[in-house]
Design a protein. Structure first.
Length: 139
């Protein structure tokens, strides 16, 4: 299993909207950065992803699971970009703020800090556990 972080502006698609999508999940589409799109292509069914509210909040708020591997993004008229389908798993008991992540020296290598504009990024298993502990859950 691999771990990821996916960013969404909460006024465009929030963790609550993701939860309301229910068992069938929802397409994670609209990604137009080639590196982020490559990350989508590397996702496998069952991979877990932190759901990060960007711009408003700047915090990890929950976890989603990949339930359908990459396919052509219907919102991309060029036919170059892909989407995956993700399903809500849980909300973090305590959202993990970006400032807290930046203050943890064990997380300084994360793309979230080094490539702040990247919308889909891998998270190593050690960092996944640290961030889960910061959010007070045990996934």
């Amino acid at each position: 299993m691999n771990y990821w972080l996916m960013k969404s502006e909460p006024d465009v698609w929030s963790i609550d909207q993701q939860k309301k999508a229910g068992f069938k999940g929802a397409a994670w589409d609209g990604v137009r950065n080639y590196q982020a799109a490559k990350n989508l292509k590397n996702m496998k069914n069952g991979d877990l992803c932190f759901f990060y509210h960007s711009n408003i909040g700047k915090e990890i708020v929950g976890i989603v699971e990949v339930i359908k591997e990459y396919y052509l993004d219907k919102t991309d008229k060029s036919g170059r970009f892909v989407a995956v389908t993700v399903r809500f798993k849980e909300k973090l008991k305590t959202p993990v703020k970006l400032e807290s992540i930046k203050m943890n020296k064990k997380l300084s290598h994360l793309s979230l800090i080094k490539q702040s504009r990247l919308s889909v990024m891998p998270i190593d298993s050690k960092s996944w556990k640290i961030l889960n502990n910061m959010g007070r859950i045990n996934s």
